[in-house]
Design a binder for this molecule. Structure first.
Ligand SMILES: Cc1cc2nc3c(=O)[nH]c(=O)nc-3n(C[C@H](O)[C@H](O)[C@H](O)COP(=O)(O)O)c2cc1C
Length: 167
């Protein structure tokens, strides 16, 4: 059963959750649900709201789905889902129905999330912008991460709901 909790009661280390556990970013447009693995991003307070920020390269199939909707979801999984996360970070929704292939069960909220997850954040988009290379203070970061100049789009989402899965 899923239950909503207060964000202040959400346990765990964000560096571990995002960087090590990884997460799925999911979104829907016109009944098409897709998700991609992400290990870059963060959480904090901005504009007096609890926010999550994610970085999505322009070529991701998930990107136009995020753009088309007011909300996206972030989900976190146990180690038993590592293979699924690796698959979702390699295959593209442009070529196949990843949700069906990974046997993910969609739960519809303002953004779709998955019953296989342990934790889900429903986020309302507040800000979206392509990273401007003029902004790099360390040119090496640009050179190392963007040899093809495919700069990430930054999305800042207000965390509207924190959902925990009591399995
Ligand atoms: C561990 C891991 C972390 C990733 N982190 C990101 C990320 O933060 N941003 C991003 O744009 N792509 C990231 N990717 C790549 C996308 O998940 C991958 O390109 C995926 O196939 C895109 O799927 P889509 O085309 O269906 O959206 C990551 C992949 C892996 C395996």
């Amino acid at each position: 059963m899923w239950k909503e909790i207060n964000i202040e009661d959400w346990k765990g280390n964000v560096f571990h959750k995002i960087g090590k556990q990884w997460m799925l970013i999911s979104a829907e447009h016109e009944e098409r649900v897709n998700a991609m693995t992400a290990s870059w991003g963060g959480m904090g307070i901005l504009w007096n709201k609890p926010v999550a920020f994610i970085f999505v390269r322009p070529q991701r199939f998930t990107k136009p789905l995020i753009d088309a909707n007011d909300h996206f979801a972030l989900t976190f999984y146990g180690e038993d889902q590592r293979d699924m996360l690796a698959y979702m970070g390699k295959a593209s929704g442009r070529d196949e129905d990843k949700i069906a292939h990974a046997n993910l069960t969609v739960i519809k909220d303002h953004a779709p999330y998955f019953d296989q997850a342990n934790e889900a954040l429903i986020c309302r988009k507040l800000f979206a912008q392509e990273l401007d290379p003029e902004g790099f203070q360390d040119a090496m970061v640009d050179q190392k991460n963007y040899p093809s100049k495919d700069y990430h789009f930054l999305y800042v989402g207000e965390i509207e709901k924190v959902l925990l899965h009591d399995k």
